[in-house]
Design a protein around this ligand. Structure first.
Ligand code: ADP
Length: 496
């Protein structure tokens, strides 16, 4: 049953009844930092700290790695069907604790409670999906001459590190941890310092579901103090990183030192290509959701509208009205759009908008910072739409990670394709047209890890996800996502 809004508002003044974890989760228990230090998490909807958490460093990471190495030795030998049962029970426990998880996510990240509930239910589904895969990781038999037998088997890669961003804390934790655990790996997660809690709660639920101590450890703290020693540790066999291109490049350098495998899910500047013959209303709704869901703080947000000239004026005018009608407020009040995650993030976005103003950009909607009407507080940015900008403009080329849509006007579908591919990113693209062939030609020719046709964000955990170009490499989700956590061993024998 969902908590009613009035019931939710009590968490604005007192989050203690959420019983948020106080330490790192290491070796099956919550532990204080070795240094005794802690730090605070801020509720961006109010711009105030609401809870403390442990501030980890290299010493806590060393404890986690040593625990995870022992955990791996146990888990890799656990029968696959038993691993599946633990993951299935975890999915069940996530569902039973859904409201607590969603409220924690809402306070930590700022996202509207409805979006947080969706993320929690997606996390449960992720565990359920990979639970079913544990005992289906089959190898191959190779056709060798008579007298030989050759086959392959999948082995878990070992201790896996998961560096988690602040925009989708529980979703990203689940999509990394669940396939790693399914493959027989142990995991160490380092959630973002802005959003530490749901990864810790997830670790607690995994333990309740029967995961042996040490198989899932979570260390909280900053990227420099806890993230960097984790990815540089020689006891780590694989790193899954989700975050910015600049930090990803740091992490790749650390991985290179130890020849550690990695999957990199980095930034995006994803185009939504809307052609003249689209279903107008559906395209408007999708373009709006693509950029304003979680205030645009989604690596796969549709942040560029590439729109064909014939429909441009009417489309952009309708979109601007829709943006202006979007309500802002604290996530627990179920607004259309919540805050951005921090003062630093707000100021970064404002920097983009101020520079665009100086270059003479026309704002069709928004463009300013805001606060929550009910409190006068919080880190909000108005839903913003900027009229058509040239290809080399910063608003076209750079990831803003905020509720800012940049329009690019296209002469025709070929020009739209050119504009869609004009950045260094290649994460996602949307295509809106009723012309089946045209849609599939664009899907074929756009350089992106995934293309959504006539519904932005279509698909689920079954569909692999990842980037091309500077959006990264490797794929998460789907059975493809499982492969990152497996290494193939080939065995060939002469049997006479
Ligand atoms: P942002 O700049 O928006 O905070 P980042 O890409 O820097 O995004 O952060 C994503 C994740 O990477 C967070 O969990 C953060 O703590 C972590 N992180 C930051 N710097 C490093 C680093 N040098 N090594 C490992 N992890 C890091």
């Amino acid at each position: 049953m969902l908590t009613q809004p009035d019931g939710l508002l009590k968490y604005l003044t007192d989050a203690s009844s959420l019983r948020l974890p106080q330490g790192h989760f290491i070796d099956g228990e919550f532990r204080r930092s070795r240094s005794g230090r802690s730090m605070q998490s801020e509720d961006p909807g109010r711009g105030e700290a609401f809870a403390d958490f442990a501030r980890g460093d290299a010493d806590d990471i060393a404890d986690a790695v040593s625990s995870s190495r022992k955990g791996f030795a146990v888990w890799r030998r656990t029968p696959p069907a038993d691993r599946g049962r633990v993951l299935n029970r975890t999915a069940e426990l996530i569902r039973q604790n859904a409201e607590r998880l969603a409220i924690a996510e809402c306070l930590d990240s700022g996202k509207p409670i409805g979006e947080a509930r969706g993320d929690v239910s997606g996390a449960a589904r992720t565990f359920e999906y990979y639970a079913g895969a544990c005992d289906k990781l089959e190898g191959q038999v190779f056709p060798l001459p008579s007298g030989y037998v050759g086959f392959s088997q999948h082995e878990p890669v070992g201790v896996t590190a998961h560096i988690i961003p602040w925009n989708f804390p529980i979703s990203t934790a689940a999509r990394g941890m669940a396939p790693a655990l399914a493959a027989g790996c142990s995991v160490i997660a380092k959630p973002a310092e802005q959003t530490p809690f749901t990864a810790l709660l997830l670790a607690e639920l995994l333990a309740q579901a029967g995961l042996p101590a040490g198989v899932c450890n979570v260390v909280t703290g900053t990227g420099v103090e806890a993230g960097a020693p984790l990815v540089a540790h020689t006891g780590i066999d694989h790193v899954t990183f989700t975050g910015s291109v600049a930090t990803g490049a740091h992490v790749m350098r650390a991985c290179a030192e130890n020849v550690t495998r990695s999957v990199m899910e980095l930034g995006g500047k994803s185009p939504v290509v809307v052609l003249d013959d689209c279903d107008f209303d559906a395209a408007i709704a999708n373009v709006t959701g693509a950029i304003f869901e979680h205030a645009g703080q989604i690596c796969s947000a549709g942040s560029r509208l590439v729109i064909e000239a014939g429909i441009h004026d009417r489309f952009v005018e309708t979109l601007a009205k829709k943006a202006a009608a979007i309500s802002l407020g604290h996530g627990l009040r179920s607004p259309d759009m919540g805050p951005v995650n921090s003062a630093a993030q707000r100021d970064k976005i404002l920097g983009f908008l101020d520079r665009a103003r100086e270059r003479g950009a026309e704002f069709l909607a928004g463009g300013l910072a805001a606060t929550a009407a009910e409190s006068g507080k919080g880190y909000f940015i108005e839903p913003t739409i900027v009229a058509s900008r040239p290809q080399d403009d910063e608003l076209v080329q750079e990831e803003i990670f905020g509720p800012v849509l940049t329009v690019q006007k296209a002469d025709d579908a070929d020009h739209a394709l050119h504009l869609a591919n004009c950045t260094r990113f290649g994460l996602v693209a949307g295509v809106f047209t009723r012309d089946f062939s045209r849609a599939h030609q664009l899907a074929r020719d756009i350089d992106a890890g995934q293309v959504y046709i006539n519904e932005y964000f279509a698909g689920g955990i079954e569909v692999p996800f990842g980037g091309n170009k500077q959006s990264g490499f490797g794929r998460e989700k789907g059975l493809e996502g499982l492969k990152s956590y497996c290494k193939t061993k080939s065995i060939a024998a002469r049997i006479g």
